[in-house]
Design a protein around this ligand. Structure first.
Ligand SMILES: Cc1cc2nc3c(=O)[nH]c(=O)nc-3n(C[C@H](O)[C@H](O)[C@H](O)COP(=O)(O)O)c2cc1C
Length: 357
């Protein structure tokens, strides 16, 4: 069986973790899974990188035996490359392959991959069909809600994807050119649902359980996929699984639980990547967890003034052990920090894309 039914049988929940470059690594995926993420996804993996035996691409594709169900996300510019990479990665036994058809990064698009695929739906369809032919597991595509030009509506995108063999489709309800400071337009998800024969996953601007329930209700999508709303707040998956009505911080763990969570997560990153490569990941996750509290300026200075993960862990431990006051959610400061986090987040990935080569 290679079908939507197969993957839906494995996805036992309504909230999935989105692929995030340099972010959805093994430690973060494990944390989100523990909180109830029903499916996780690797960082994007370059199909061309796999074919030229790039160790970084292989590293991004690897996952633990305890991580099922999991998707490997491929960045594909040529149909043959996508098929060959999927054939090669098949031995890892993912539950799903996903094709990245939404990355807006100029370098990825200039190479003909990511959101660029939506510019030419026949090429988009050919790539899906090629990967589908070799894949022994179901195939999903993650798309924007339109190409750059107006003609490619979300309906055309969904029809092409399903006719070409996709078993699942995720709609990030923005175009390539829509920045994060413009709200995702969920009506495009509802439109996709209205024409789809395959399950539709909604994505864009889910930052709380309440947002998730609203997206499910308003669009009729099968499940929601969460990216930024899980960073520093991975318990969002627990809130959704429990059906709790939660705003962004309302269901946050208590002080000691929070301290243990952050410590364990950062230690997992250190152990997974080793002292040098762990540093940028430890720094950003520490600051994402801390962003809702007062006193983060000093923590930030400490974190950026040392190069030793253990010293950063000790600073972060002290910060959370002191049970810092939470910023009032409606305060000017809290809003400023949250806006900066949501809109400038891709800054953290620029470096990673350069390294990807
Ligand atoms: C740091 C970061 C890295 C991302 N990397 C990927 C990626 O590798 N593949 C992908 O399809 N989308 C990637 N995205 C896009 C997200 O998966 C998601 O579609 C987008 O952020 C909208 O969801 P959100 O509103 O829940 O953040 C990334 C987003 C962020 C913030």
């Amino acid at each position: 069986m290679r079908s939507a039914e197969e993957i839906l049988n494995k996805i036992k929940g309504k909230a999935l973790l989105a692929p995030m470059l340099a972010t959805t690594d093994i430690p973060f995926r494990r944390i989100c899974r523990e909180f109830g993420a029903a499916l996780t996804c690797t960082e994007m993996v370059s199909a061309a990188g796999i074919l030229r035996s790039s160790s970084r691409s292989f590293r991004n594709a690897v996952f633990g035996a305890d991580e099922h169900p999991i998707a490997i996300q491929l960045v594909v510019a040529e149909a043959e490359d996508g098929a060959a990479a999927a054939a090669e990665l098949q031995s890892l036994q993912p539950d799903l392959f996903d094709i990245n058809c939404g990355c807006p990064n100029d370098r990825i698009c200039e190479a003909g991959a990511g959101a660029q695929l939506l510019e030419d739906l026949s090429r988009f369809g050919a790539i899906i069909a090629a990967v589908r032919r070799v894949s022994e597991v179901p195939l999903s595509v993650k798309v924007r809600n339109r190409g750059f030009t107006k003609q490619q509506s979300v309906r055309d995108i969904v029809r092409t994807a399903q006719d070409s063999g996709a078993d699942l489709i995720t709609i990030h309800a923005r175009t390539r050119n829509t920045p994060y400071n413009v709200a995702a337009d969920w009506t495009h998800i509802a439109e996709a649902v209205s024409v789809a024969r395959i399950p539709v996953i909604g994505n864009g601007d889910v930052f709380s359980a309440d947002d998730a329930f609203r997206m499910l209700r308003e669009t009729g999508c099968h499940a929601v996929m969460i990216a930024r709303g899980s960073l520093g707040t991975p318990w969002i998956f627990r809130d959704i699984a429990r059906g709790d009505s939660c705003g962004i911080r309302a269901c946050a763990p208590s002080g000691p639980e929070m301290q243990r969570l952050v410590h364990r997560h950062l230690a997992m990153i250190r152990d997974e990547f080793g002292p040098v490569h762990a540093l940028p990941r430890i720094r950003k996750h520490a600051l994402w967890y801390a962003r809702f509290f007062t006193g983060t300026d000093a923590l930030r200075r400490e974190i950026f003034s040392v190069e030793d993960p253990d010293v950063i862990l000790a600073s972060t431990d002290r910060f959370f052990a002191s049970e810092p006051d939470a910023l009032a959610p409606d305060s000017v400061e809290a809003r400023r920090i949250e806006h900066a986090f949501r809109e400038r987040i891709l800054f953290w990935t620029t470096n990673a894309l350069q390294i990807e080569g």
